[in-house]
Write a protein that binds this ligand. Structure first.
Ligand SMILES: *[C@@H]1O[C@H](CO)[C@@H](O)[C@H](O)[C@H]1NC(C)=O
Ligand SMILES: *[C@@H]1O[C@H](CO)[C@@H](O)[C@H](O)[C@H]1NC(C)=O
Ligand SMILES: *[C@@H]1O[C@H](CO)[C@@H](O)[C@H](O)[C@H]1NC(C)=O
Length: 521
């Protein structure tokens, strides 16, 4: 075994690329001679890899891999053909999924039956939340975020998108052309269409979605692959929805375990990145797992220096803490949203992960801006957003917004669900069995390091999509607490998380008014 590993390394060095430390260690720990040996093991697990792409199905249902916005990535070579078992079923329609993602808005508006996220909720909530100004999608072109009209629900003009719930403009006026299949949430809206002619969604090198609401007390703002959106929009013509990727930055939780107490108050919207796994865009789950259950803070790389200089800050000692960086029921990634309080959310996907910003525009009211419409991102306002946005907002400085479990009154906040670099992927995978998810993730990381993931290469069809995203420099020396806290450090007394206590005025904290931000340096 050792001899084989050595010769592999030497061979790889011969072609000027080699496996880095953690990926080499993965092979050693799992007893594989080389990446081919791992690929063979994956083939034995499921069906032969890679799966066979069906070009007919892709033209009918999948978005166009070729970009229409200059600077956006052509995703032709990014097709995922190792990983989620759905790829081997349903006439090959799911095989070859590419990184095209788009938004869904889910509500409890009563249009058909009642979904599990909506049963047993107060009438005031069903009738009064959410109240949405506009929803927008942007593609990063290497320099700016560029508005995508077909994926934006609001009033479009040459300036950008606008919407004002109180005036009946924007999302509420336009939502009928975004109606999508409801279900677990009673009513849903999303951009979808016919394959290549339909919306392209957000792709590498980075993307952004914005939700501006006058009330987001309860509802969901989440993302799925464009292929998934198209198939469900068309009524599942192939018998599957290719559900192989999901991101839930802002989600009400009453449907998670119906009948049980909610993990937070009714109006705490949770963030999760782990509702589904593809095998092509690895996810972290906990801080301890992401650091290989070892006694060292290694990933994400961006936080190394902050953790080295202040090692006792929350999140820097994964061997002592259980912090769910991927969010979820045991996680602390949540935003309390007060009743009829305007909030603007911005969700960025880039090489560092998923960045979820929230601003409370009314908190900025007063001199010099009396209007209460601004956010921390130039060009993004409560009732409108421009066609072209700078790559990042002003850094969030309010300490109360630089940790998860964000109270409703906080003016500005950011939560990060970290990506996994190739080295981080090998370390993360090393503490799991060799499954379609973790074995594939590790192989893809190795293929990337060896420069053998592309068309015609030996590991064509393996993907670490994170590697195709660019770093849009959202990180502004933030503390690791933007990825999560220990559960014991969350808001203590939940007063609104069981059916009997649900109201439309839930608030965990007494502090409702804006005071000057406590600035983080
Ligand atoms: C390819 O997809 C088309 C459209 O869904 C389907 O009719 C056909 O049977 C598929 N071909 C194979 C070989 O599965
Ligand atoms: C969607 O549109 C309908 C009809 O215009 C409107 O009654 C409803 O309030 C809208 N829903 C949302 C969440 O904006
Ligand atoms: C978290 O909770 C523990 C136990 O109550 C406490 O000692 C610690 O200081 C808290 N940490 C933070 C960051 O609030």
């Amino acid at each position: 075994m050792h001899r084989a590993l050595k010769s592999w390394t030497l061979w790889a060095l011969g072609v000027a690329a080699h496996l880095e430390e953690e990926c080499q260690r993965y092979l050693r720990v799992k007893g594989f001679a080389d990446p081919i040996d791992l690929a063979n093991a994956l083939s034995l697990l499921d069906s032969p890899v890679p799966c066979a792409e069906n070009k007919t199905a892709q033209i009918l249902y999948a978005p166009n891999p070729e970009p229409s916005i200059p600077g956006a990535t052509d995703t032709t070579s990014l097709s995922c053909r190792y990983g989620n078992p759905q790829m081997w079923q349903h006439c090959g329609v799911c095989c070859g999924l590419r990184p095209h993602f788009n938004w869904v808005i889910a509500t409890c508006e009563e249009t058909q039956g009642t979904g599990q996220f909506c049963s047993g909720l107060p009438r005031c909530l069903i009738d009064g939340s959410p109240k949405i100004n506009y929803v927008a999608a942007y593609q990063f072109d290497g320099e700016h975020f560029v508005l995508m009209d077909e994926s934006t629900a609001g009033e479009l003009d040459t300036e950008g998108v606008a919407g004002n719930y109180w005036q009946g403009t924007g999302f509420s006026a336009q939502n009928q052309s975004f109606r999508w299949r409801g279900g677990d949430w009673t009513t849903k809206y999303a951009p979808w269409g016919e394959g290549q002619q339909g919306p392209r969604g957000v792709t590498p090198p980075a993307g952004l979605w914005i939700l501006s609401a006058e009330n987001f007390y309860y509802g969901a703002f989440y993302m799925l692959s464009q292929l998934n959106l198209n198939l469900e929009g068309q009524g599942l013509p192939t018998g599957t929805n290719c559900w192989m990727w999901e991101l839930d930055p802002v989600e009400g939780t009453a449907g998670w375990e119906p009948g049980k107490p909610l993990p937070g108050n009714l109006n705490m919207a949770y963030s999760t990145e782990n509702a589904q796994a593809s095998g092509c865009m690895p996810i972290s789950y906990t801080s301890r797992q992401a650091n290989g259950m070892r006694s060292e803070f290694k990933f994400p790389e961006a936080f190394r220096s902050s953790c080295a200089s202040k090692p006792d800050q929350p999140g820097c000692r994964p061997w002592r803490e259980t912090i769910h960086w991927g969010g979820g029921r045991e996680g602390t990634q949540r935003f309390e949203n007060l009743w009829d309080e305007p909030y603007v959310f911005a969700v960025v996907v880039d090489a560092q992960g998923y960045w979820i910003y929230r601003w409370r525009p009314t908190a900025y009211a007063g001199a010099p801006d009396p209007s209460g419409v601004k956010t921390g991102w130039t060009g993004v306002e409560r009732f409108k957003a421009l066609r072209k946005l700078p790559a990042r907002p002003s850094p969030v400085r309010d300490v109360r917004g630089l940790r998860t479990d964000v109270p409703g009154h906080v003016a500005e906040a950011v939560v990060l669900q970290p990506s996994l670099s190739t080295e981080a992927t090998c370390l993360r995978s090393s503490v799991e069995e060799v499954t379609w998810q973790w074995g594939t993730d590790a192989l893809a990381a190795m293929a990337q390091q060896l420069g053998e993931a592309g068309p015609g290469s030996r590991f064509e069809g393996t993907q670490n999509w994170w590697s195709s995203f660019t770093d849009t420099l959202q990180y502004a020396n933030y503390p690791a607490s933007i990825m999560g806290l220990e559960a014991r450090n969350m808001t203590e007394a939940l007063n609104c998380n069981t059916g009997k206590t649900f109201t439309c005025s839930c608030a965990a904290s007494e502090e409702q008014t804006f005071s000057a931000p406590d600035v983080y340096v």
